[in-house]
Design a protein around this ligand. Structure first.
Ligand SMILES: Nc1ncnc2c1ncn2[C@@H]1O[C@H](COP(=O)(O)OP(=O)(O)O)[C@@H](O)[C@H]1O
Ligand SMILES: [Mg+2]
Length: 232
């Protein structure tokens, strides 16, 4: 049994279907990366897993239990957290308050998780009382990931964690994600930056709502498919 199993997932917006029977699974302890151009359906996929997008058909199973159809709050409690696309932080609230809000389903472990977040992102500890809106782009990305970690997830979804960051900062984010994975959290990343490939145990490529590749990161690196997708 895989930690995450997506089976025949269908969803979309209004009457417009985006995913028409998407299936893949992610093994516990691994890092999976979902690649694809803008509009491929990556965000729709991870939002559906997190319960933020209504599921029209098919199923999503986490740790052997069906999570599709459950409210997002229940899914967080089960152990799935998402760092949303666009670094959704609360700009008028302090870093501390932003992190605190991430722990609202997991109060008992909040202190322990806070220390863990500081170990990954020491910068956040230095800026605890600063308003989140005044952080740099990279720091806001760290905060968005840190906030997701506050619920002590077993599966961490990160949607476009490197978007808009310098190559150096993107690399830093990937390295921290790799540490988070080493510490036992399963990770599903949505990325358009192929610099993440060395960290990917599993690679998925999506085009127009369907998977065109599902294999190891190494296989994708050698296949030329990514090159074709991203460089024409
Ligand atoms: N809120 C929305 N309303 C209507 N269509 C949307 C909405 N969000 C995304 N879409 C459409 O769904 C498709 C997939 O989008 P998305 O999942 O955001 O792709 P990606 O994350 O891969 O860029 C696109 O055609 C996009 O235009
Ligand atoms: Mg997206």
């Amino acid at each position: 049994m895989s930690l995450l199993e997506v089976e025949g997932l269908r969803t979309g917006y209004g009457l417009l279907p985006v995913l028409q029977g998407l299936s893949f699974s992610v093994e516990e302890g691994t890092t999976a990366v979902l690649f694809g151009l803008n509009g491929a359906g990556k965000t729709t996929t991870v939002n559906a897993i997190a319960g933020l997008q209504p599921v029209w058909g098919g199923s999503i199973t986490f740790d052997g239990q069906k999570i599709s159809g459950q409210p997002a709050t229940k899914i967080v409690e089960r152990g799935v957290a998402i760092s949303l696309e666009g670094r959704h932080v609360f700009p008028k609230l302090s870093v501390r308050k932003n992190l605190d809000l991430g722990a609202w389903t997991a109060r008992k472990t909040a202190k322990q998780q806070l220390d863990l977040v500081f170990s990954y992102f020491p910068r956040l500890e230095e800026r605890l009382d600063q308003m989140a809106g005044t952080l740099s782009g990279g720091e806001q990305q760290m905060l968005a990931i840190g906030r997701a970690l506050m619920s002590k997830p077993r599966l961490l979804l990160i949607d476009e964690g490197s978007l808009g960051l310098s190559p150096k900062l993107a690399q830093t984010v990937f390295e921290v994600v790799s540490r988070i994975n080493d510490d036992g959290t399963t990770v599903l990343l949505v990325e358009q930056n192929i610099g993440v490939l060395p960290y990917a145990d599993q690679a998925l490529v999506m085009e127009k709502g369907t998977l065109t590749f599902n294999g190891s990161g190494k296989e994708l690196g050698e296949s030329g498919d990514l090159r074709k997708t991203y460089l024409g």
